[in-house]
Design a protein around this ligand. Structure first.
Ligand code: TYD
Ligand code: MG
Length: 458
């Protein structure tokens, strides 16, 4: 019989002690310790060691070219660095309801056209999965659905079915009998993931696990898992908007600089091959003051985004600064530069800045766009709608160069814009572009370069 020993573990942060204590010395939470019985860890280690390859000189290691295979969605493949790697363990994490089950069912159906896939749903019954599958038109016979939460039974099923790809939806809902804590606790998650890792490596099964991110922290979030798995991908988006972004956080087999963009439709996730069009298509025809277009970046791809500012008299003793989609402190810095360097008095004015589409921009290339949106709104004039604005602003009011400027300008050109206000330091040559390049050195130059016009009354 396996010898078991007990220890007390904080369910919030994973801190371990040999006896019960009320307050966790690590995270400071009260009453979070639960007693857990651990099987001998050596059992798990042996499994991994048994199947490891012998040491080999690096110049003799062979790369298996068929090691990667497609998920059926090119945006997903791009995020993974070219597809799923055989025998790897991937974690797909995201808020509940964001579309993790949807994307994995779509992917499973596509993969099942060439390999056997076992989709284990620990949250939904097989008929609920079937209902979703009908919406997604997923009906490949090689896609097997199994509704189960008991990890030992899941393993038996894997032995019987011998799938090439295994999906576990979600890791927080499965439990192993080896330890006593409830499903979703850190120990359960850690133990099940350890077992899955052993399964992936020993049987060369490609495994994708779903992990919910919870805000209240009652269920252990996938943070614990991140160091255990090969690849971590976050599925993000605004639940009230239709677009979704797959963002790699960690990838043992590829870069983490690419993102995949999707649009949630009635019949599943649709790939967005041209993201700028998605974010610009709702643009109003009558542009008002304070609206500008900037060229931001998602992964390595440029993406054109509309940015709005609203500036008005404040009814409060101190004016309000409200941001949506940009960094609050960044706005304060830009406003300080506007006050000091171009004399825009904002001390009695509220400033609201909003990025359309619910996307978050966290790069300085948006600075110039934000500054022009605020300035034009404060002066009630408009920036010509065929102009794209790119540049970082320094504290002395200088416009600084940004990375990938060429790609950003090319993207603007492709989408039919006529002018690009860019940092002079970028040294872009007009002859390489059909779009008019307007190089600027200082914030003041950029303001003069915008084509001002009185807005039509709305
Ligand atoms: P789901 O994949 O269940 O999210 P998660 O597994 O991350 O919790 O997706 C949930 C949302 O997606 C749900 O609100 C309905 C919506 N949805 C669509 O809009 N279209 C679809 O085709 C499907 C299957 C779901
Ligand atoms: Mg789900």
């Amino acid at each position: 019989m396996t010898k078991t020993k007990s220890k007390w573990k904080c369910q919030n942060c994973g801190y371990e002690t040999v006896k019960y204590i009320g307050k966790c010395p690590d995270c400071g939470e009260w009453g979070t310790f639960l007693e857990e019985f651990q099987p001998n860890q050596a059992k798990i280690l042996t499994k991994i060691i048994d199947n490891s390859e012998p040491a080999c000189p690096i110049n003799e290691v062979k790369i298996n070219s068929s090691i990667r295979f497609s998920t059926g969605l090119s945006e997903f493949d791009r995020t993974l660095g070219g597809g799923l790697v055989q025998g790897s363990l991937t974690l797909l994490a995201g808020d509940p309801g964001i579309g993790k089950s949807t994307i994995l069912l779509q992917t499973s159906n596509a993969i099942a056209k060439s390999q056997k896939v076992l989709y284990v749903s620990a949250e939904e019954s097989s008929s609920q999965v079937k209902l979703r599958a009908e919406r997604l038109k997923a009906n490949t016979p090689n896609l097997l659905v199994y509704s189960q939460t008991n990890f030992e039974l899941i393993k038996n099923q894997v032995e019987d079915v011998k799938p090439k790809v295994l999906i576990i939806d979600s890791i927080q809902s499965v439990y192993t009998q080896n330890i006593s804590s409830s499903p979703g606790s850190i120990s359960q998650i850690r133990e099940c993931t350890n077992e899955l890792m052993a399964l992936a490596k020993s049987k060369n099964i490609t495994i994708v696990i779903v992990g919910h991110v919870t805000k209240d922290g009652t269920i252990a979030g996938p943070k614990v898992l991140e160091h255990m798995v090969d690849t971590v991908i976050y599925f993000e988006g605004d639940r009230y908007k239709s677009y979704r972004i797959l963002r790699p956080i960690k990838n043992r087999f590829g870069s983490t600089s690419e993102v995949g963009i999707f649009n949630m439709q009635d019949n599943g996730l649709e790939e967005v091959l041209n993201p700028s069009e998605l974010f610009l298509h709702e643009r109003e025809k009558n542009i008002t003051s304070g609206n500008v277009i900037i060229a931001a970046k998602e992964g390595t791809r440029p993406i054109l985004i509309e940015l709005q500012a609203l500036v008005g008299q404040t009814p409060y003793p101190s004016p309000r600064r409200v941001v949506n989609g940009i960094d609050y402190n960044r706005l304060l810095q830009i406003l300080a530069v506007l006050e000091k360097r171009i004399g825009l008095n904002l001390s009695k004015l509220d400033v609201y800045v909003n990025v359309i589409g619910g996307i978050d921009i966290d790069e300085p290339a948006a600075d110039l766009g934000i500054a022009l949106a605020v300035t034009t709104c404060a002066r009630d004039v408009i920036v010509s709608p065929d102009t794209v604005i790119i540049g970082e602003i320094g504290l002395s009011g200088e416009v600084r160069n940004v990375n990938n400027i060429e790609n950003r300008v090319k993207e603007s050109e492709k989408l039919g814009f006529k002018k690009a206000i860019v940092p002079a330091a970028s040294n872009l040559s007009q002859k390489d572009f059909s779009i008019e390049i307007i190089p600027v050195n200082r914030l003041m130059d950029a303001i003069s370069a915008c084509v001002y016009k009185e807005p039509e009354k709305v």
